[in-house]
Design a binder for this molecule. Structure first.
Ligand code: S3P
Length: 440
């Protein structure tokens, strides 16, 4: 499927509306995983009905968990307890979803059955050594390809020992993987991260009654605990809201409200970066829902200026860089990103994919090993139509749909099917607030 956009510059419409984007992807995955391991019935609302979270849901069904829904974001998980998962009949296919694979390998490392995890072409080329190595240190028996890629086979029956693991990179997936294996290990397991990353695993495990301590960069738990079923109200995903934050920031006269967005401080780097660039964002209705901060976010147009993005904000905005590159291309002056080499191993090499697309639109942009340098300019100037390759990456596709709002050229964005992994109704919601976007 392709996105075909209009030219936002020739026919400019402000981005106006009051919307709620779909549920948080990270929390949706974890709600199924932890609900399945709890004893009793976990009631979830606001679940993301995107392919990634549905891959996790299907995996737990295949391991014998009864799960009702999703229906209108509601899911009921009939938890089987920490040791109640059953050996699946086939390998577990996890589609495009890195979070499913990296968290599941940790959770399955200590089971008494064997299982193989597979994925699509993109997931099959993503590095898995980062999770397999610490699990092997714990005593897990795991196989992957010789270059450290999926499929991953976890041979059951290993007895795991707790470890103190110093993460070599800022990754919530690696941290979560080790902590989940730690629940099945003898003794204590701790993770220490080089920079703060999203802490949904820690919040949710603690919220469901698993004893977990946190001390600065260190999270620590002991094996053998239990989870208690609960009610989980999933906020709207700030990573999906980010597309609309940038959209309203770059189009004059825009005024958009995004409702009930998760604003966990480990996820709000995008707000801080946009504010440093001059964006006009305001938060209201701030409250805590199910242990996670949420707020309504109002975004009004404001001229943006290029900045040097502080490296400390990079892990706090790691999924938002595709659309932040569009903000940078629409800003006055130069934006410099460093310390973001992790972007090269996401669903695509996001530095390369974004730089290639921006250059096709006539923007001066250059990739560096750990980031990019982007000069603000006129998107699509001198072209009637520009073709962009999304590299099958949902966030690249949506970022260039945002770019079309300030583009002199129409944009054809190829390979947009994967938008459904994180944001199934993106095109319709975008059109409802002023985008000119057709699916073809
Ligand atoms: C996620 C962690 C991040 C993020 C991904 C979801 C999670 O990955 O990019 O979309 O839910 O833990 P890394 O931990 O590899 O940075």
């Amino acid at each position: 499927m392709k996105f075909i956009t209009g030219s936002g510059l020739l026919d400019q419409r402000p981005v106006v509306g009051d919307i709620r984007v779909p549920g948080d992807k990270s929390i949706s995955h974890r709600s199924i995983m932890f609900g399945s391991l709890a004893k009793g019935e976990t009631n979830i609302k606001g679940f993301l009905e995107g392919e990634d979270a549905l891959a996790t849901l299907a995996a737990f069904r295949a391991m014998g968990v009864i799960i009702e829904g999703p229906e209108d974001g509601r899911v009921v998980v009939h938890g089987v307890g920490m040791n109640g998962l059953k050996e699946p009949k086939d390998s577990l296919y996890l589609g495009n979803s890195g979070t499913s694979m990296r968290l599941l390998v940790g959770l399955l490392a200590g089971q008494n059955f064997s299982v193989t995890l597979t994925g699509d072409n993109s997931l099959s080329s993503r590095p898995m050594g980062r999770v397999v190595e610490p699990l092997r240190l714990m005593g897990a028996n795991i196989e992957m390809t010789s270059n450290g890629r999926p499929p991953i086979t976890i041979n059951g029956g290993a007895s795991l020992q707790g470890i103190d693991y110093l993460l070599p990179m800022a990754s919530a997936q690696v941290k979560s993987c080790v902590l989940l294996a730690g629940m099945y290990a003898e003794g204590q397991t701790s993770t220490t991260e080089p920079a703060p990353t999203r802490d949904h695993t820690e919040r949710m495990l603690a919220g469901m009654g698993y004893h977990l301590t946190r001390n600065g960069a260190c999270s620590c738990l002991s094996g053998g605990g239990e989870l208690t079923a609960s009610t989980i109200d999933i906020p709207a995903d700030i990573s999906s809201a980010a597309f609309f934050m940038v959209a309203a920031s770059i189009v004059p006269h825009s005024d958009l409200t995004l409702r009930h967005v998760g604003v966990n401080p480990t996820r709000t780097g995008v707000i801080q970066i946009l504010e440093l660039m001059g964006a006009n964002l305001s938060l209201s209705n701030e409250k805590i829902v199910g242990g996670e901060p949420v707020a309504d976010i109002r975004v009004q147009y404001a001229p943006l200026t290029g900045i040097d993005i502080p490296e400390a904000l990079v892990p706090l905005a790691i999924d938002e860089f595709p659309v932040l590159f569009i903000a940078a291309a629409c800003a006055k002056g130069t934006t410099v990103l460093t310390g973001a080499e992790e972007l090269r191993v996401k669903e695509s090499d996001r530095i390369q994919a974004m730089v290639d697309g921006l250059v096709a639109l006539g923007i001066q942009a250059k990739g560096t090993p750990d980031g990019a340098i982007i000069e603000g300019g006129c998107l699509g100037s001198g072209y009637e139509k520009v073709e962009i390759q999304s590299q099958d990456d949902h966030r690249i596709a949506m970022a260039f749909a945002v770019a079309s709002l300030q583009s002199a050229a129409k944009i054809v964005i190829h390979e947009c099917d994967n938008v459904a992994t994180s944001f199934p109704n993106f095109a319709a919601l975008a059109c409802s607030v002023g985008f000119q976007l057709k699916e073809d």
